[in-house]
Design a protein around this ligand. Structure first.
Ligand SMILES: NC(=O)c1ccc[n+]([C@@H]2O[C@H](COP(=O)([O-])OP(=O)(O)OC[C@H]3O[C@@H](n4cnc5c(N)ncnc54)[C@H](OP(=O)(O)O)[C@@H]3O)[C@@H](O)[C@H]2O)c1
Length: 314
């Protein structure tokens, strides 16, 4: 099958088109014919060799990267229930999966823990954008921060892959949402429901926001988030490690979020999209090595808008 792989860790220029054997699903996995995949900052860290164990212990070269996919089930392992050949599905491959089974290829083997059916009204390109970014935001609002209607939340980095989901999910939950972004993203974020958009190049949120119930930090600026929180507020970060001092700040709860997604959460997320509560902002490209290189370089520049999706086949 066609894949886009690397032979060593390095810059995005390491990617090349490689013919690789199709992955063989284990008894508790399905084989998925990939119609689309999306790219996350985690892919960039993986390409650079920066993820460390367990990934680098399991991986070998040529290495096919990528976690998020949408496609059709091509084969079903003996122990799998609830999925059949021909089903349209989306999800994320297991973080600890062995080498040569990333999503930058025509087929991927996937477990069912983070696998769900694509509902009517959602395309493969749209579904491929949901798993890591959408699940991280949904898990943050629903299970980690337990966000309630009427609460005030600051989402740092509202225009990014995770941020755009977080802003809209928080609004769908009935919260008052403030977010940080560059000025060119203000209008889009206001249209998607953000109550306050703060251009972080000009103004620190700590100067204008006070006594917030929650902060969801997608950029790694924990110190600023802490200043915005009320005395017993809660901060979840997905982009930094809180120091011991920050974790013992008054009664505030501050922690790194380990996202533990599920098929049920993926389905709930997809329902928010098909019901119009989440609008997707996608940048879709064909399955070429040039487009994967460009996508990695764009994400590395840290100013993308929403999600970059690679369309593999109709
Ligand atoms: N723990 C987890 O489970 C988990 C899961 C997914 C992602 N992550 C991590 O979370 C982070 C975000 O992921 P992502 O997919 O959303 O990344 P992304 O799409 O690459 O984020 C890009 C966005 O970051 C914004 N940004 C950059 N610096 C900023 C700053 N100082 N203040 C506010 N906004 C800023 C940019 O906004 P402007 O252009 O408007 O400036 C841009 O829209 C990454 O570090 C990723 O590795 C963790």
């Amino acid at each position: 099958m066609k894949t886009i792989a690397i032979d060593k860790y390095g810059t995005a220029k390491e990617f090349y088109t490689a013919e690789m054997p199709q992955p063989v699903p284990q008894a508790d996995e399905v084989l998925v014919k990939v119609h689309a995949f999306s790219i996350n900052p985690m892919d960039i860290a993986g390409r650079m060799g920066a993820l460390g164990a367990p990934f680098t212990d399991l991986w070998s070269f040529p290495l096919v990267l990528g976690w998020d996919f949408a496609g059709t089930v091509a084969q079903v392992g003996d122990q799998v229930t609830g999925f059949a050949v021909g089903d349209a599905v989306f999800g994320s491959v297991s973080s600890a999966h062995a080498a040569n089974n990333g999503t930058y290829g025509e087929y991927v083997a996937a477990g069912t823990k983070e696998l769900a059916h694509i509902p009517a009204g959602l395309s493969f390109d749209q579904a491929a954008a949901l798993p890591i970014a959408g699940m991280t935001a949904y898990y943050g609002m629903k299970h980690n921060l337990n966000l309630q209607a009427g609460q005030k939340i600051l989402i740092q980095g509202g225009a990014g892959g995770v941020g755009l989901f977080a802003v809209q999910i928080a609004k769908a939950f009935g919260a008052h949402v403030a977010t940080t972004a560059s000025e060119n993203h203000r209008e889009m974020l206001e249209q998607l429901g953000a109550d306050e958009v703060i251009d972080y190049h000009q103004t620190s949120p700590a100067e204008v926001l006070h006594d917030y119930d929650a902060v969801f930090d997608t950029v790694g600026d924990i110190e600023t988030g802490l200043k915005v929180l009320k005395a017993d507020g809660q901060l979840a970060t997905i982009a930094g490690q809180p120091t011991p001092e920050q974790q013992h700040d008054q009664q505030k709860k501050v922690a790194f979020q380990f996202t533990n997604g599920s098929s049920a959460d993926l389905t709930a997320l997809a329902d928010l999209v098909t019901s119009g509560k989440i609008k997707l902002t996608l940048d879709v490209h064909d399955f070429t090595v040039e487009n994967v290189i460009a996508a990695h370089e764009t994400i590395e520049a840290h100013h993308t808008t929403g999600k970059i999706v690679i369309h593999v086949t109709d």
